[in-house]
Design a protein around this ligand. Structure first.
Ligand SMILES: Cc1ncc(COP(=O)(O)O)c(C=O)c1O
Length: 461
């Protein structure tokens, strides 16, 4: 039995449709995640993409929370090239002496600079002393895998990893093992799950109201009595991203940290989605009043160049021996240059303030979407929000969510269109524009989204 499905096609998109068909033939379905638009992104700049037909799409996804600085910022690219030493290529020369595109079994100064700059940035933001070493990786799941390897090696007599239900930490290896919940696949017996608060935000921000910690404390007490002396680490996220945009009260994360400290277990926070300003501060944990033993970084860390890292306590990482967490791409000079250039942009500019200024515009615009009848709930903070679709007529919320994504892609009568990712957790659409989107343009596209969804409501009666 094969999983072949026909390529998605949209009327009038000759070049895009051709490429959609060719990719379907030449790549397995498993490499794609479902989206009803399957946009062909030909070129990107700032907060916009262009299709091969020249249609402009406002990017409400930032890639997948990657382009926090926007797509292809000129000064950032210039800095990346400068770090690599390829700013002024002399094409009359066959080869250009520049940073090597390998650091395997060797060291390059960009790697050392990236270590020192990232650690200094994290220490300055958090004021704590746990951010001592950087364990680089290429993808988010690899950073999580390395963080968990180190945690298990740190105290080999302890084998239990605690994870929070409906989290997303990646698909590979141990990252996959701590994703989801105990019921949805064959599980690694070392992983035990506890509940994550699924708080509604919407018109009244419930995060500002105290959370009843008792049920969570009870789950932790049960764990403690069952496997207390086997607890290696606990991994969670600052908010449930892939699980449908649930942002908890700070006291929840504080409770988890206290539990870890009381049980000598390591507290690992997956900030792959939230790092570099997505929720407001540079790192979300600084606003939650916690300091994890290991923080996993990715996505926005390289603004689009593949790079990730587990950052944290040196004594924990030193439990791993020579080469145990090494691979071909970790700490390669291209990723190090991207991290350095991204840090330069955050440290020398006002990106965080720009992002914070957008938060109120997004919140207001999304709450107004509820008047269309298509959106039921709104949750989020900073520049990362989720809108949960309502049932419309005979259409289930899941179907409505896909219709919304497609309608935004196809755009309004004036040709203004929005790029959104396929829904999360079935019915939640993420809205996460670049932190650098100009406020007036964001307001305009919030309005565009409102009118598209209002028309969709009429269609879905
Ligand atoms: C919180 C979180 N952790 C880990 C990952 C996995 O990252 P990657 O897809 O780069 O492996 C993701 C990806 O969406 C994520 O959102």
């Amino acid at each position: 039995m094969t999983n072949e499905v026909p390529a998605i096609q949209h009327p009038g998109e000759t070049q895009s449709n051709d490429l959609r068909q060719r990719v379907t033939k030449t790549e397995p379905l498993a490499l794609r995640t479902f989206t009803p638009s399957l946009a062909l992104l030909d070129k990107s700049a700032g907060s916009y993409h262009w299709t091969p037909e020249g249609r402009k799409l406002a990017d409400f996804s930032s890639g997948v929370l990657v382009a926090n600085l926007g797509h292809n910022p000129t000064r950032w690219w210039r800095r990346v090239f400068d770090y690599l030493g390829v700013s002024n290529l002399d094409e009359s020369q066959e080869f250009t002496p520049a940073a090597p595109l390998t650091a395997y079994n060797a060291v390059n100064s960009l790697e050392v600079q990236a270590n020192e700059r990232l650690l200094a940035n994290m220490r300055a933001e958090s004021g704590g002393g746990r951010m001592e070493q950087v364990l680089w990786a290429a993808s988010g799941s690899e950073a999580v895998q390395k963080a968990l390897w180190a945690s298990l090696a740190y105290n080999p007599k302890r084998d239990v990893i605690v994870a929070t239900r409906r989290g997303f930490h990646g698909k590979k290896g141990l990252a996959g093992a701590v994703t989801g919940s105990e019921t949805d696949k064959e599980r690694d017996p070392r992983v035990k799950f506890i509940s994550f608060p699924m708080v509604e935000c919407g018109d009244v921000d419930l995060r500002k109201q105290p959370l009843d910690l008792e049920p969570y404390q009870q789950e932790l007490d049960k764990l403690s009595s069952e496997v207390g002396d086997r607890l290696s680490c606990l991994i969670t996220e600052p908010y449930l991203g892939g699980g449908g945009s649930y942002h908890p009260q700070p006291e929840y994360l504080q409770l988890l940290q206290k539990f870890c400290r009381d049980h000598d277990a390591l507290f690992v926070l997956d900030e792959i989605q939230s790092n570099f300003g997505r929720t407001g501060p540079m790192y979300a944990y600084t606003h939650y009043g916690v300091e994890p033993d290991i923080v996993c970084l990715g996505k926005g860390l390289g603004n689009g160049i593949p790079v990730s890292a587990a950052v944290g306590r040196a004594d924990v990482f030193q439990a791993l021996h020579y080469g145990e967490a090494s691979d071909t791409w970790s700490a390669n000079p291209l990723s190090s240059a991207a991290v350095l250039a991204t840090l330069d942009e955050f440290e020398s500019g006002d990106v965080l303030a720009q992002g914070q200024a957008l938060a109120a515009i997004i919140e207001e615009g999304l709450l107004r979407l509820k008047t269309t009848g298509v959106i039921d709930k709104v949750r989020g903070e900073g520049c990362v929000w989720g809108i949960e679709c309502a049932a419309c007529g005979s259409h289930e919320p899941e179907e409505v969510a896909n219709e919304c994504v497609e309608a935004c892609y196809l755009g309004d009568r004036q040709g203004r269109a929005i790029h959104l990712l396929g829904p999360l957790a079935g019915k939640v659409i993420r809205v996460s524009p670049p932190l650098t989107m100009p406020p007036d343009e964001l307001r305009e596209y919030m309005e565009v989204m409102h009118s598209i969804l209002a028309s969709l409501r009429l269609k879905l009666r």
